[in-house]
Design a protein around this ligand. Structure first.
Ligand code: NAD
Length: 463
């Protein structure tokens, strides 16, 4: 029997994990020290944009899922405690583990019997040992607990589905007792019983059912997470570097990526050229993994190059904007997309936000639209930009349209209408959402990534 579960942190990972664990039949307390967030959750609000999350919260809130700001009470009531607080980057690239440490200390002060403390946050190798040390120092040498690493691989935008239909579950446990408890937590997934429920969250097309649970040491599990994210970031930087060669030699990155990705040893995912990776994970995790490697005496220079290419990708796009528009001062630029990728409201390390800040610094006026990320953008950019109600309002009278996030709806615009609305028929597509031929037919100047630009075919000024 698993007993009650506490999840500390109600962010993109903690809240999704808490809701999904309740969906699997567990009784869950989700704790946060952000009192506003807890109040919102208790009152029925949904603080993040994530598919299926509102349904799960509605289904389980007040029944198997409760929200609290009291970690001591939650710890006392639970046998398994997941830590899912932030691990943001420090200036030197290392992960800031102060939130994890403070939670570990508070757990230690409230131990009342055997508990398994689970690292769900992405942390550097050895963090489990530090947590163990904090618990021993705070709770005394006889404290009865284990520390397990259970990294999370969900992607924002498909977080609920990813949690319930994972490719694999990794449990890094150095004690059999703790491993058994964690196996019990995930049993409805690994024995397939969850997938028999009529009202289950629908499975994605390529779900592996049931997924495997990979049991490792705690250190290996910690490394699996950092190495996985670093590898995915490397794949993105690799294809972006190839895209830059395509631009130089007149090849087409989409054809090249398709040809490469059809090789089963390579695979098609993460081979989409664009503005580079962003978000709260890849940038910080690549930097943290680089710092971990250095700490243990290995110079992982490859990761430096991954980060450099990623940074360079935005600079190259800015140059393309300048080339298309000449000077930026006083220009009205329509921006589609603020989130770091489609299907999420998360703007942390978003290439779109970084680019907008540069455009503003050069004197451009920006009018932007995003289906989910405008409230969060307002918190950062305030009224430095204009927020539009639709993609078409963005295009209206703009000197150019910039596509910065890969939202599906941006790939389905009524181009005839956009054509009429734009002051100049210039589209700079940082996500390669459109087919070049189509753009040519409409008479747009179309600049994308890793493909030859569609040049001016006729007078670009409309009306
Ligand atoms: P987040 O910033 O969205 O949420 C963190 C939450 O923890 C916040 O609500 C914060 O108030 C709360 N918190 C901080 N200190 C606390 C404390 N002492 N007590 C209680 N609550 C506290 O972060 P996130 O995106 O959910 O990421 C959490 C961790 O998971 C990070 O290590 C991240 O790298 C990792 N991760 C994130 C993703 C992702 O896609 N976001 C995917 C996999 C792993």
């Amino acid at each position: 029997m698993t007993g009650k579960i506490t999840v500390v942190g109600s962010g993109y990972v903690g809240l999704v994990a808490a809701a999904c664990l309740a969906e699997l039949g567990h009784s869950v307390i989700c704790v946060d020290n952000d009192l506003n967030r807890v109040a919102t959750l208790q009152a029925g609000g949904v603080p993040i944009h994530e598919q299926f999350l509102p349904e799960l919260l509605q289904r389980h809130r007040g029944k198997r899922l409760e929200f609290s700001s009291s970690l001591p009470d939650a710890v006392a009531a639970s046998s398994v405690i997941f830590i899912a607080v932030g691990t943001p980057p420090k200036d030197n690239g290392e992960a800031d583990l102060s939130y994890v440490e403070s939670v570990a200390r508070e757990i230690a002060q409230n131990l009342n019997g055997y508990k398994v403390i689970v690292e769900k946050s992405t942390v550097p190798v050895y963090t489990n040992e530090w947590i163990r040390q904090v618990l021993n120092l705070t709770a005394g040498p006889h404290a009865d607990f284990d520390v397990v690493s259970n990294p999370e691989f969900l992607r924002e935008g498909t977080a609920v589905t990813d949690f319930l239909y994972p490719d694999r579950i990794v449990v890094g446990a150095d004690s059999e007792r703790a491993a058994e408890l964690l196996k019990g937590v995930y049993a409805p997934i690994t024995n397939g019983s969850y997938y028999q429920n009529i009202d289950r969250i629908p499975e994605p097309d390529s779900a592996l059912i049931p997924p495997p649970l990979i049991l490792t040491t705690a250190k290996s599990a910690e490394l699996i997470k950092h190495a996985s994210n670093a590898f995915l970031a490397l794949k993105i930087s690799f294809i972006n570097a190839v895209a830059n060669i395509c631009e130089g030699v007149g090849a087409d990155i989409q054809q090249v990526a398709k040809g490469m990705g059809s090789d089963s040893r390579i695979g098609p995912q993460f081979l989409r050229a664009g503005l580079g990776y962003g978000g709260s994970c890849f940038p910080k995790d690549v930097a943290a993994f680089h710092a971990v490697a250095r700490e243990c005496g290995y110079e992982f220079n490859l990761l430096e190059e991954v980060m450099r290419i990623n940074e360079d990708q935005r600079t190259r796009f800015l140059k393309k904007i300048r080339t298309a528009l000449w000077t930026l001062k006083g220009k009205k630029l329509g921006v589609l997309g603020l989130a770091f990728k489609g299907k999420t409201d998360d703007i942390r390390e978003s290439p779109a936000i970084g680019l907008i800040q540069q455009l503003l610094a050069e004197g451009a006026h920006v009018i932007a639209y995003d289906p989910a990320a405008m409230p969060r953008t307002r918190e950062v950019l305030q009224d430095k930009i204009t927020y539009a109600d639709s993609p078409y309002d963005v295009a209206d009278g703009a000197d150019a349209l910039l596509i910065l996030t890969d939202w599906e709806e941006f790939a389905k615009l009524d181009l005839k209408h956009v054509h009429k609305l734009l002051r100049y028929r210039i589209i700079l597509d940082g996500r390669n959402l459109y087919c070049k031929d189509e753009m040519e037919q409409y008479g747009f100047i179309y600049v994308s990534v890793g493909r030859q630009p569609v040049p001016l075919r006729q007078l670009a000024r409309v009306g």
